[in-house]
Design a protein around this ligand. Structure first.
Ligand code: 6R9
Length: 634
């Protein structure tokens, strides 16, 4: 059993110990996992290169911890409850024994197709059990998984395949989301035309939609499975072997492949799951995130399975067939712990209480929130109407790069305040710094959030480009990991995350680089230049506002142009990056050195034009007047 903190006093003693003697603390936590060989050293690190090594000299396999070790104690317990998109279709209950067998078979499918330890396998699949099975099958044989959210476009997928030099893709013949069916095999085919490293595409028959197969490359999962043995020895992994790559957006144009290594990630995902959610043996736990995001990796698949929990995997969306779906699923599967995103809460709140009423939510004990700051109104609605006033809310702040939850209340243990992620978890040493990198000591301060000491599941590198990792995260403030978030520490020492301070926007909990969206917009032939900023959006948290300069030689009606730009972005990145507002402008506010003054564009997008600040350094200040006048018409 993973160690669990049960009181606020215990939290403080664990926290103090973790700061005073981090190596001892993390060695103790690691003791509750199964190792083929224990570590020689707990931690070696420097943040200059950066180089971070946890549990050096040890051997283990994360799937033995997620699966094998539970076989004797809970082999017949449900590991995964799969709830399909279509509510009339039966849910699946997969026991630990069955999951073990399915993972071993899938691992053998990979092996039989030439996949070896260290190879990169891309998973582009709907939220079906085989997605979790695929992730674990890779881990079983030491292949590095790169899950790409199945809402990304063919060109986004191709970029990720090429960057990782993936040799195999796992996909399906189709997918459902609400009342839409998606031709994901078609998207994969389009991507593979541009991804020469991929030799095999293993296709799950699931939607039964007709697909075309490329001879010698595409094969059916079920045909391979029929040939695969159900026994697959787990590959002994060294602590710093890569477990997975997950692409995320930063302030530059190209998404980066965040690399997590296996031992530290395992210990941290398992430890934080048990503690943040105060998981009790037998609890049914539901995280609504897609496995294509880090939340799905750490707290739908790995964290719960490491703890022997029953984890719900939901294929659908919160509003299909109607806005009561979440509450119906909670009632149906008697969910005890529910983890979702503020954007979902706000959207469901908007449909009205009639969708909540009449559902038995009495099984709920703990509520969680992740992905973006939760505003007070949504917090209270969640607390009062879903938690009926008695379920603690754990507002969990963390990132793809951190691998696991960093700042969050331990549910029911840490006293909460709406909109505060509260206190750092044991082992996490946050600091707030000012612009110059000076640490802001004491309480009642606001600055940029950094972490000054390593934790086991932190990013190790960005795939194929270590210098990028150093520059992005470890060079802004010497000797510290910089998160990119602004943060306030109040008089009680509680942390409140204020949002990104870099050129990253957070749309419905999805990270998007403004440069990435601009690059996509610029692909449209009529576009000369563009600038993208975020603006407050009632449901999404932030919306995407694009200022676009068009070629006047292309005679096009502006509404047609706008819809074409939206279609271009959707094609290049995926529907999640579609601009909410597009303003066609004659010029952009640039300084004499050619830098776009985004501060001004942000103000315009927010509708706050009363105080645009100093515009005297602009090359052409009249540009701003045009933009302000045009904004009223958007
Ligand atoms: C886990 C995840 C990370 C960024 C992060 C921050 C924002 C996430 C938050 C939150 C306030 C929370 N964020 N959780 N902001 N309160 N509880 O979402 O990872 O997709 O990498 O996004 O999301 O801005 O820097 P990722």
């Amino acid at each position: 059993m993973i160690n669990r903190i049960n009181s606020f006093g215990e939290y403080w003693s664990a926290y103090n110990e973790s700061v005073q003697n981090p190596e001892q603390f993390w060695a103790n936590q690691a003791e509750s996992f199964f190792w083929r060989k224990k570590w020689d050293s707990v931690l070696e690190w420097n943040f200059e290169e950066p180089s971070v090594k946890w549990y050096g000299g040890s051997l283990h396999n994360i799937t033995e911890n997620c699966l094998d070790r539970h076989l004797f104690t809970r082999g017949n317990q449900t590991a995964i409850i799969w709830e399909p998109n279509d509510p009339t279709q039966a849910a699946q209950h997969i026991t630990y024994k069955e999951l073990h067998e399915r993972v071993c078979k899938a691992a053998n499918i990979l092996k039989n197709n030439g996949v070896k330890k260290g190879d990169r396998v891309c998973i582009y699949m709907p939220m079906v059990p085989e997605l979790a099975v695929s992730v674990l099958a890779c881990a079983r044989i030491g292949a590095i998984h790169s899950v790409v959210f199945a809402g990304f476009s063919a060109s986004s997928l191709a970029d990720r395949l090429n960057d990782a030099e993936a040799t195999v893709v796992l996909t399906s013949d189709g997918a459902y989301r609400g009342n839409k069916s998606i031709d994901i095999k078609g998207i994969v085919d389009e991507a593979l035309a541009k991804s020469p490293t991929v030799k095999r595409s293993i296709v799950l028959r699931y939607a039964n939609t007709p697909v075309t197969f490329t001879e010698g490359r595409d094969i059916w999962w079920h045909e391979e499975e029929a040939k695969a043995s159900a026994i697959c020895e787990a590959e002994p992994m060294e602590a710093e072997d890569m477990l997975f790559i997950l692409y995320t957006s930063g302030s530059t144009g190209k998404p980066k492949g965040v690399v997590h290594t296996t031992a530290g990630y395992m210990v941290y995902a398992g430890y934080t799951f048990a503690n943040v959610f105060q998981y009790n043996d037998g609890d049914v736990y539901w995280c609504t995130a897609d496995v294509g995001w880090i939340t799905g990796h750490s707290y739908l698949v790995y964290g719960p399975l490491l703890n022997g929990a029953t984890t719900v995997m939901f294929e659908g969306i919160p509003t299909y067939p109607d806005a009561s779906r979440f509450w119906k699923v909670i009632e149906k599967h008697k969910v005890n712990i529910f983890y979702t995103a503020p954007t979902a809460i706000r959207s469901l709140q908007g449909f009205g209480l009639e969708y909540v009423e009449g559902h038995d939510l009495s099984s709920l004990r703990v509520l969680g929130s992740v992905g973006e700051p939760i505003n007070e109104e949504a917090w209270h609605w969640y607390h009062d109407h879903i938690g009926k006033g008695h379920c603690p809310i754990t507002d969990t702040w963390w990132q793809t790069e951190t691998g696991g939850i960093m700042i969050a209340p331990l549910a029911g243990v840490t006293p909460t305040k709406p909109s505060f992620a509260t206190l750092p978890l044991p082992g996490i040493q946050p600091v707030l710094v000012d612009e110059k990198g000076e640490e802001l000591v004491g309480n009642g301060v606001e600055g940029n959030l950094c972490i000054k000491f390593p934790w086991p599941s932190m990013i190790r590198t960005t795939y194929g480009d270590h210098e990028r990792c150093r520059l992005n995260y470890f060079s802004t403030y010497a000797g510290m990991y910089f998160t990119g978030d602004g943060c306030r520490r109040d008089e009680d020492g509680y942390y409140r995350i204020l949002g990104r301070v870099d050129d990253v926007i957070n749309v419905s909990g999805h990270r998007m680089g403004t440069a990435e969206v601009e690059n996509a917009i610029n692909e449209h032939l009529a576009v000369v230049e563009s600038a993208v900023v975020g603006y407050p959006h009632d449901i999404k948290g932030q919306g995407i506002y694009a200022f676009v300069i068009c070629d006047t030689h292309v005679p096009m009606e502006s509404s047609l142009l706008k819809s074409e730009i939206i279609a271009t972005v959707s094609k290049i990145i995926g529907p999640i990056a579609k601009p909410d507002k597009i303003q066609i402008v004659k010029g952009l506010p640039k300084t004499r050195s050619g830098k776009i003054m985004r501060r001004i564009l942000r103000k315009v997008a927010e509708g706050d034009i009363s105080n645009l600040g100093d515009t005297s350094t602009l090359l052409d200040p009249t540009v701003v007047e045009d933009i302000v006048a045009g904004a009223k018409l958007v």
